[in-house]
Design a protein around this ligand. Structure first.
Ligand code: ATR
Length: 286
């Protein structure tokens, strides 16, 4: 009898609209090769009006996929349509990782894991801060706020241009989270131990506001979830003012780990070669 485990090849996807610029195939392709696995991981563009049918095709096995990643603009819909969203994705209201089990589509959100694993790798002890400041209240800030709260940071100030959006997140994520207007930035940063930019300010070389980081505790970690450019204007300023900085590329790499393990059965490592592959790709498309 043939052992089906020897011949079974798993296929996974990243879906979005558009999705052709996704770097996820580079990440998963690297790990498949490194671990000597026979699976595949590819982009699968799905228009919003076709997303429901795509989920159905996952559920009934017609797609041939064991699961995959979901990116903009499908993260909320993926959560809504999944049969078994987990608690993390339920609180965020969006999913970035799907897998099929017993004919049901399961969903989670690994962005928060990516965020904390990046800081754990680059700045161990970052979670000793009592107070964190999160700049931005968009979709990307949700997983960050959840992750920081779940690591036990007692006070989280969410500062946003549109304060109502910050308030919505404070209501969603509980008593540790406080919504503040932009004018309160300096006050909120005073004596804080962690600063996180989740806005698009400074992305792709655009303008960023001047920020005085020196009101924070000495040695406070400053991080940005944007990774294009790798050293954003906000990180540049923090570094010039003497603060340790962590760029956002590691978050992209680490958020991919749990999905890979689900689909292909082995937990991969984020290493410096993988990081360099993405940096080289960024340079090619600069
Ligand atoms: P994402 O899902 O990537 O977080 P988003 O939901 O569009 O994207 O959120 C972008 C974030 O950047 C928001 O916090 C946004 O502030 P508003 O909620 O007030 O729109 C913030 N942002 C974008 N451009 C900005 C600017 N020029 N000044 C201040 N904040 C800005």
């Amino acid at each position: 009898m043939r052992d089906s485990r020897e011949t079974f090849v798993n296929h996974a996807f990243v879906t979005g609209y558009p999705v052709k610029h996704s770097r996820s195939p580079l990440i998963h392709g690297y790990w498949l090769k490194q671990l000597g696995l026979e699976g595949s991981y590819r982009t699968h563009e799905v228009a919003p009006e076709a997303f429901f049918d795509f989920i159905v095709s996952l559920r009934n096995g017609q797609s041939g996929y064991v699961g995959g990643n979901v990116t903009i603009p499908h993260k909320e819909l993926a959560f809504t349509l999944a049969d078994r969203p987990d608690e993390l994705s339920d609180e965020i209201g969006a999913a970035n990782t799907l897998w099929v089990e017993d004919g049901l589509v399961h969903a989670t959100n690994t962005d928060g894991h990516g965020f904390t694993a990046n800081l754990d790798e680059r700045c161990p002890g970052w979670d000793g801060a009592d107070t964190a400041v999160v700049l931005g209240a968009g979709g990307a800030s949700r997983a960050v706020i959840q992750a920081v709260r779940d690591r036990g940071i007692k006070t989280i100030h969410v500062i946003n241009r549109t304060q109502a959006r910050a308030q919505e997140l404070a209501d969603r994520f509980g008593a540790a989270v406080h919504a503040q207007p932009m004018q309160a930035l300096s006050e909120a940063m005073t004596d804080a131990g962690l600063f996180i930019n989740t806005t698009s300010l400074g992305m792709d070389g655009s303008e960023a506001p001047d920020i005085d980081f020196t009101v924070m505790r000495p040695g406070s970690v400053v991080t940005d979830i944007v990774y294009v450019p790798l050293k954003t204007p906000i990180l540049q300023q923090a570094e010039e003012q003497g603060f340790p900085i962590v760029d956002g590329l590691g978050m992209l790499l680490h958020q991919a780990v749990p999905g890979f393990e689900k689909w292909f059965g082995k937990r991969p490592e984020v290493d410096s070669t993988l990081r360099q592959i993405i940096i080289d790709d960024m340079a090619r498309h600069a």
